[in-house]
Design a protein around this ligand. Structure first.
Ligand SMILES: *Cc1c(COP(=O)(O)O)cnc(C)c1O
Length: 371
């Protein structure tokens, strides 16, 4: 390993990054073999970023180092009390070879909101953006070129102080890792079946549902396993046993016959950047958008009367997925008409068009990372 000169000294955030190149980085041939069929979350790039935080020193020692295991004290608070948060965004390769990401300041702001809820320190947005640039500077070759592929970026933060008392940790680490991602639907986008979970909730009033934190995912794994048993790919959670919440990793949108898009409002929903973007693109096209409390009864009755013609889920990984069927213990909703699916797919095309640089970015959502 060698210590290179800082890549940007000082960076926009005033930090001087310490960069250690990975002497055992994958060869071009090894990397290309992985990028030919990366799947999702299976492979990681040659480097990672980390920045330390302590109560006394604030954010310090930003560095890029070879990807590898983290050494952690067995008493590190995160391992006991789950004080951790994360983000998820993608780097896209444009036709001219340049590398861009989508609305990263929204991810930076959401990481701060999650941090606040989980009593973690807020990472300044400029340091967040800088971390993306630093990783792309060394691992840019890992951004794949094939259609619908990307480099998934996973920022995360956790309590690393070795202390078993229960209080916010005084030592925290921020990390960024990256994983090449293949096309989510290699054979074209297929509608999914959703299981309605009534025995389990992912969040509760005043809980951590609006924070991107691992505990919400841990609590969704058992109902997710139940969904698989029922032949469904995803779970829909309810708020107070009645109001639509979300899928646990994706937000949900209903489509009315008149083209109105309807999406739940709740303190326990994770506010998706994909949902916000899709709803803005729809509003630009003249669709009415309503965000309010929606009961499961309203969906059932609307589907029966023909007023609600379909639904879709959205999130960074899959972008937009039509919902074909909602299965519950004692009823089901089937959406088989084409209108909602066509709308979902055309909004998906427009959004991915912006992300891959094929469609004009009229909202100023894209940020170039490799320049
Ligand atoms: C990340 C996430 C989403 C989707 O958010 P995007 O910003 O669109 O990727 C939805 N629900 C939960 C619980 C999430 O963690």
């Amino acid at each position: 390993m060698t210590i290179d000169l800082p890549l940007q000294a000082p960076s926009a955030a005033g930090l001087v990054w310490n960069v250690t190149r990975n002497a055992e980085a994958k060869s071009d041939a090894e990397r290309e073999a992985i990028l030919a069929d990366p799947g999702f979350g299976n492979h990681f790039t040659d480097h990672m970023v980390d920045v330390c935080w302590s109560e006394k020193g604030g954010w310090h020692r930003p560095r890029v180092s070879p990807y590898g295991p983290i050494q952690l004290d067995p008493a590190a608070a995160v391992l006991h009390y789950a004080q951790e948060i994360f983000e998820g965004l993608k780097a896209y390769r444009h036709a001219d070879g340049s590398i861009h990401t989508f609305r990263p300041y929204e991810n930076a702001a959401r990481l701060q909101r999650s941090a606040h809820r989980m009593a973690l320190p807020e990472l300044p947005a400029e340091v967040f953006i800088d971390s993306l640039r630093q990783l792309i500077a060394v691992d840019g070759a890992w951004v794949p070129t094939a259609d619908e592929t990307s480099l998934y970026l996973r920022p995360f933060m956790f309590a690393k102080e070795a202390f078993l008392g229960v209080r916010p940790a005084k030592k925290v680490a921020y990390y960024l890792i990256a994983s090449p991602a293949g096309a989510y639907f290699p054979g074209g986008v297929q509608p999914v079946n959703i299981w309605l979970s009534t025995d389990y909730a992912r969040a509760g009033k005043g809980g951590t549902g609006a924070a991107k934190t691992g505990g919400n995912y841990a609590s969704s794994l058992l109902p997710q396993a139940e969904a698989y048993e029922k032949g469904c790919q995803q779970v829909l959670f309810l708020d107070e046993g009645e109001y639509l919440e979300e899928l646990g990793g994706m937000n949900v949108v209903l489509v009315r016959k008149d083209g109105t898009l309807l999406t739940p409002e709740s303190d326990s929903i994770l506010e998706g950047i994909t949902r916000d973007s899709i709803l803005r693109l729809a509003a630009d096209r003249g669709h009415r958008v309503e965000q309010r409390r929606i009961t499961i009864g309203e969906w059932r009755e609307g589907a029966a009367s023909g007023d609600i013609v379909g639904a879709f889920a959205c999130g960074t990984a899959a972008v937009v997925v039509p919902i074909g069927r909602l299965l519950a213990e004692d009823f089901e909703i089937v959406h088989s008409g084409p209108e909602a699916e066509e709308l979902a797919l055309s909004l998906r095309d427009e959004l991915t068009g912006i992300q891959y640089g094929r469609v004009e970015d009229r909202h100023g959502w894209m940020l170039r990372l490799d320049a």
